[in-house]
Design a protein around this ligand. Structure first.
Ligand code: PXP
Length: 244
Protein backbone atom coordinates (compact mmCIF):
# COMPACT_ATOMS: atom_id res chain seq x y z
CA UNK A 1 0.00 0.00 0.00
CA UNK A 2 1.16 3.54 -0.69
CA UNK A 3 1.92 5.25 2.61
CA UNK A 4 0.24 8.50 3.62
CA UNK A 5 2.05 11.47 5.11
CA UNK A 6 -0.44 14.11 6.21
CA UNK A 7 0.68 17.69 5.84
CA UNK A 8 -0.85 19.62 8.76
CA UNK A 9 0.43 23.11 7.87
CA UNK A 10 -3.12 24.33 7.29
CA UNK A 11 -4.08 23.49 10.86
CA UNK A 12 -1.39 25.96 11.90
CA UNK A 13 -2.60 28.43 9.24
CA UNK A 14 -6.00 28.49 10.95
CA UNK A 15 -4.45 28.97 14.39
CA UNK A 16 -2.20 31.77 13.16
CA UNK A 17 -5.17 33.56 11.59
CA UNK A 18 -6.42 34.30 15.10
CA UNK A 19 -3.60 33.60 17.59
CA UNK A 20 -0.34 34.53 15.87
CA UNK A 21 0.55 36.93 18.72
CA UNK A 22 -0.94 34.82 21.51
CA UNK A 23 0.47 31.39 20.93
CA UNK A 24 0.58 30.65 24.69
CA UNK A 25 -3.04 31.69 25.25
CA UNK A 26 -5.26 28.96 26.73
CA UNK A 27 -7.79 29.84 24.00
CA UNK A 28 -5.28 29.07 21.27
CA UNK A 29 -6.80 26.65 18.73
CA UNK A 30 -6.69 24.46 16.71
CA UNK A 31 -3.84 22.58 18.35
CA UNK A 32 -1.27 21.22 15.92
CA UNK A 33 -0.26 18.37 18.24
CA UNK A 34 -3.86 17.20 18.60
CA UNK A 35 -4.17 17.29 14.82
CA UNK A 36 -1.07 15.11 14.44
CA UNK A 37 -2.46 12.63 17.01
CA UNK A 38 -5.80 12.47 15.18
CA UNK A 39 -3.98 11.66 11.91
CA UNK A 40 -1.97 8.95 13.63
CA UNK A 41 -5.04 7.44 15.32
CA UNK A 42 -6.65 7.23 11.88
CA UNK A 43 -3.64 5.30 10.52
CA UNK A 44 -1.49 7.94 8.79
CA UNK A 45 2.08 6.76 8.29
CA UNK A 46 3.68 10.11 8.97
CA UNK A 47 3.22 13.79 9.73
CA UNK A 48 4.62 16.45 7.43
CA UNK A 49 5.16 20.12 8.26
CA UNK A 50 6.85 22.93 6.38
CA UNK A 51 8.84 25.36 8.51
CA UNK A 52 8.84 28.38 6.22
CA UNK A 53 11.36 31.21 6.51
CA UNK A 54 8.50 33.68 7.19
CA UNK A 55 6.91 31.32 9.80
CA UNK A 56 3.51 31.98 8.27
CA UNK A 57 2.00 28.79 9.67
CA UNK A 58 4.17 26.22 11.47
CA UNK A 59 6.35 27.74 14.23
CA UNK A 60 9.64 26.40 15.61
CA UNK A 61 7.97 25.34 18.84
CA UNK A 62 5.43 23.28 16.86
CA UNK A 63 8.24 21.33 15.24
CA UNK A 64 10.02 20.65 18.54
CA UNK A 65 6.77 19.62 20.23
CA UNK A 66 5.80 17.38 17.30
CA UNK A 67 9.23 15.76 17.42
CA UNK A 68 8.63 14.87 21.06
CA UNK A 69 5.09 13.62 20.64
CA UNK A 70 4.46 11.92 17.32
CA UNK A 71 4.59 8.15 17.19
CA UNK A 72 5.00 7.63 13.41
CA UNK A 73 7.57 9.77 11.64
CA UNK A 74 8.19 13.45 11.23
CA UNK A 75 8.94 14.77 7.76
CA UNK A 76 10.18 18.36 7.82
CA UNK A 77 9.85 20.31 4.58
CA UNK A 78 12.30 23.19 4.39
CA UNK A 79 14.14 25.58 2.11
CA UNK A 80 17.91 25.21 2.01
CA UNK A 81 18.90 28.19 4.16
CA UNK A 82 21.50 28.21 6.97
CA UNK A 83 18.99 29.31 9.60
CA UNK A 84 16.42 26.59 8.84
CA UNK A 85 19.15 23.98 8.47
CA UNK A 86 20.45 24.73 11.99
CA UNK A 87 16.90 24.34 13.32
CA UNK A 88 16.48 21.03 11.50
CA UNK A 89 19.74 19.76 12.99
CA UNK A 90 18.42 20.58 16.46
CA UNK A 91 15.00 19.03 15.85
CA UNK A 92 16.36 15.88 14.15
CA UNK A 93 13.23 14.91 12.20
CA UNK A 94 13.14 11.43 10.67
CA UNK A 95 13.24 12.98 7.21
CA UNK A 96 13.83 16.34 5.62
CA UNK A 97 12.27 17.19 2.28
CA UNK A 98 14.20 20.03 0.66
CA UNK A 99 11.89 22.40 -1.21
CA UNK A 100 12.32 25.68 -3.08
CA UNK A 101 10.91 28.62 -1.20
CA UNK A 102 9.79 31.96 -2.43
CA UNK A 103 8.28 34.44 0.01
CA UNK A 104 5.54 35.62 -2.33
CA UNK A 105 4.17 32.19 -3.16
CA UNK A 106 0.95 30.98 -1.55
CA UNK A 107 2.21 27.40 -1.49
CA UNK A 108 5.36 25.71 -2.83
CA UNK A 109 5.24 26.42 -6.55
CA UNK A 110 7.86 24.65 -8.64
CA UNK A 111 10.24 21.84 -7.80
CA UNK A 112 13.77 22.32 -6.55
CA UNK A 113 16.42 22.88 -9.27
CA UNK A 114 18.87 20.33 -7.88
CA UNK A 115 21.20 20.46 -10.86
CA UNK A 116 21.57 24.26 -10.61
CA UNK A 117 22.10 24.38 -6.82
CA UNK A 118 23.96 21.09 -6.67
CA UNK A 119 26.95 22.11 -4.52
CA UNK A 120 24.90 23.80 -1.79
CA UNK A 121 22.31 21.01 -1.75
CA UNK A 122 24.94 18.30 -1.55
CA UNK A 123 26.53 20.01 1.46
CA UNK A 124 23.12 20.11 3.15
CA UNK A 125 22.46 16.45 2.34
CA UNK A 126 25.81 15.55 3.92
CA UNK A 127 25.11 17.57 7.07
CA UNK A 128 21.63 16.08 7.47
CA UNK A 129 22.97 12.58 6.90
CA UNK A 130 25.65 13.07 9.52
CA UNK A 131 22.82 13.80 11.99
CA UNK A 132 21.06 10.59 10.93
CA UNK A 133 18.29 12.37 8.98
CA UNK A 134 17.05 10.93 5.67
CA UNK A 135 16.78 13.44 2.84
CA UNK A 136 14.30 13.82 0.02
CA UNK A 137 14.33 16.33 -2.86
CA UNK A 138 11.02 17.87 -3.98
CA UNK A 139 11.51 18.03 -7.75
CA UNK A 140 9.68 18.29 -11.04
CA UNK A 141 9.32 14.90 -12.75
CA UNK A 142 12.34 15.50 -15.01
CA UNK A 143 15.30 13.23 -15.74
CA UNK A 144 18.03 15.80 -15.05
CA UNK A 145 16.55 16.60 -11.62
CA UNK A 146 16.35 12.92 -10.75
CA UNK A 147 19.92 12.32 -11.84
CA UNK A 148 21.16 15.33 -9.87
CA UNK A 149 19.19 14.19 -6.80
CA UNK A 150 20.76 10.73 -6.98
CA UNK A 151 24.23 12.27 -7.41
CA UNK A 152 23.66 14.51 -4.36
CA UNK A 153 23.31 11.43 -2.17
CA UNK A 154 19.62 12.07 -1.37
CA UNK A 155 17.70 9.01 -0.20
CA UNK A 156 14.42 9.91 -1.89
CA UNK A 157 12.68 12.22 -4.30
CA UNK A 158 9.21 13.65 -3.93
CA UNK A 159 7.85 14.16 -7.42
CA UNK A 160 5.83 17.37 -7.79
CA UNK A 161 2.33 16.36 -8.83
CA UNK A 162 1.03 19.93 -9.15
CA UNK A 163 1.09 19.95 -12.96
CA UNK A 164 -0.80 16.64 -13.05
CA UNK A 165 -3.35 17.96 -10.53
CA UNK A 166 -3.90 21.24 -12.36
CA UNK A 167 -4.11 20.24 -16.03
CA UNK A 168 -7.48 19.67 -17.65
CA UNK A 169 -8.72 16.09 -17.91
CA UNK A 170 -7.62 15.70 -21.56
CA UNK A 171 -3.97 16.23 -20.64
CA UNK A 172 -3.88 14.21 -17.43
CA UNK A 173 -2.57 11.09 -19.20
CA UNK A 174 0.43 13.04 -20.56
CA UNK A 175 1.31 14.20 -17.06
CA UNK A 176 0.85 10.67 -15.75
CA UNK A 177 3.27 9.39 -18.40
CA UNK A 178 5.81 11.99 -17.29
CA UNK A 179 5.39 10.93 -13.65
CA UNK A 180 5.57 7.26 -14.60
CA UNK A 181 8.84 7.65 -16.55
CA UNK A 182 10.30 9.70 -13.70
CA UNK A 183 9.23 7.24 -11.01
CA UNK A 184 10.88 4.43 -12.98
CA UNK A 185 14.11 6.36 -13.47
CA UNK A 186 14.24 7.36 -9.79
CA UNK A 187 13.73 3.74 -8.76
CA UNK A 188 16.50 2.62 -11.14
CA UNK A 189 18.80 5.17 -9.50
CA UNK A 190 18.07 3.63 -6.11
CA UNK A 191 15.88 6.45 -4.83
CA UNK A 192 12.73 6.06 -2.74
CA UNK A 193 9.91 7.62 -4.77
CA UNK A 194 7.30 9.83 -3.10
CA UNK A 195 4.80 12.31 -4.52
CA UNK A 196 3.04 15.41 -3.34
CA UNK A 197 1.14 18.58 -4.17
CA UNK A 198 -2.45 18.85 -5.30
CA UNK A 199 -3.29 15.19 -4.65
CA UNK A 200 -6.95 14.91 -3.68
CA UNK A 201 -9.77 12.38 -3.17
CA UNK A 202 -10.70 12.56 -6.86
CA UNK A 203 -7.33 12.33 -8.59
CA UNK A 204 -5.53 9.89 -6.28
CA UNK A 205 -6.89 6.83 -8.10
CA UNK A 206 -5.17 7.92 -11.34
CA UNK A 207 -1.81 8.39 -9.64
CA UNK A 208 -2.11 5.00 -8.00
CA UNK A 209 -1.74 3.33 -11.42
CA UNK A 210 1.96 4.20 -11.39
CA UNK A 211 4.25 1.60 -9.86
CA UNK A 212 7.05 2.39 -7.41
CA UNK A 213 5.32 4.91 -5.16
CA UNK A 214 6.37 4.75 -1.54
CA UNK A 215 4.40 7.64 -0.04
CA UNK A 216 2.07 10.50 -0.88
CA UNK A 217 2.22 13.72 1.12
CA UNK A 218 -1.22 15.28 1.15
CA UNK A 219 -2.37 18.39 2.98
CA UNK A 220 -4.92 20.76 1.53
CA UNK A 221 -7.47 18.24 0.41
CA UNK A 222 -7.47 16.30 3.69
CA UNK A 223 -7.67 19.40 5.89
CA UNK A 224 -10.46 20.77 3.67
CA UNK A 225 -12.48 17.58 4.03
CA UNK A 226 -11.81 17.59 7.78
CA UNK A 227 -13.90 20.78 8.06
CA UNK A 228 -16.94 18.65 7.19
CA UNK A 229 -16.17 15.17 8.49
CA UNK A 230 -13.42 15.65 11.08
CA UNK A 231 -9.72 14.99 10.66
CA UNK A 232 -9.69 11.31 11.64
CA UNK A 233 -12.46 10.51 9.20
CA UNK A 234 -10.82 12.55 6.42
CA UNK A 235 -7.54 10.65 6.91
CA UNK A 236 -9.37 7.28 6.96
CA UNK A 237 -11.16 8.13 3.72
CA UNK A 238 -7.85 8.94 2.02
CA UNK A 239 -6.24 5.75 3.37
CA UNK A 240 -9.14 3.75 1.91
CA UNK A 241 -8.38 5.24 -1.50
CA UNK A 242 -4.69 4.42 -1.20
CA UNK A 243 -5.37 0.72 -0.60
CA UNK A 244 -5.22 -1.87 -3.33
N1 PXP B 1 4.70 18.13 -0.59
C1 PXP B 1 5.34 19.33 -0.63
C2 PXP B 1 6.81 19.33 -0.83
C3 PXP B 1 4.63 20.53 -0.45
O1 PXP B 1 5.28 21.70 -0.46
C4 PXP B 1 3.24 20.48 -0.21
C5 PXP B 1 2.48 21.75 0.01
O2 PXP B 1 2.79 22.26 1.25
C6 PXP B 1 2.61 19.21 -0.16
C7 PXP B 1 3.37 18.07 -0.38
C8 PXP B 1 1.15 19.07 0.09
O3 PXP B 1 0.45 19.63 -0.96
P1 PXP B 1 -1.12 19.79 -0.87
O4 PXP B 1 -1.39 20.70 0.29
O5 PXP B 1 -1.51 20.36 -2.19
O6 PXP B 1 -1.69 18.41 -0.63
Amino acid sequence: MIKLGVNIDHVATLRQARYADMIDSPNCEPDVLSAASACERAGAHGITVHLRADRRHIQDRDVFRLRASIMTKLNLEMGNTPEILETALRVVPDEVCLVPENRQEITTEGGLHVAKHFKALKQTVDRLHSAGIRVSMFIEPEADQIEASAASGADAVELHTGAFANVLADFKEDELDRLDASARLAKEKGLVVNAGHGINYDNVHMLKKIAHWNEFNIGHSIVSRAVFVGLEQAVRQMLERLKG
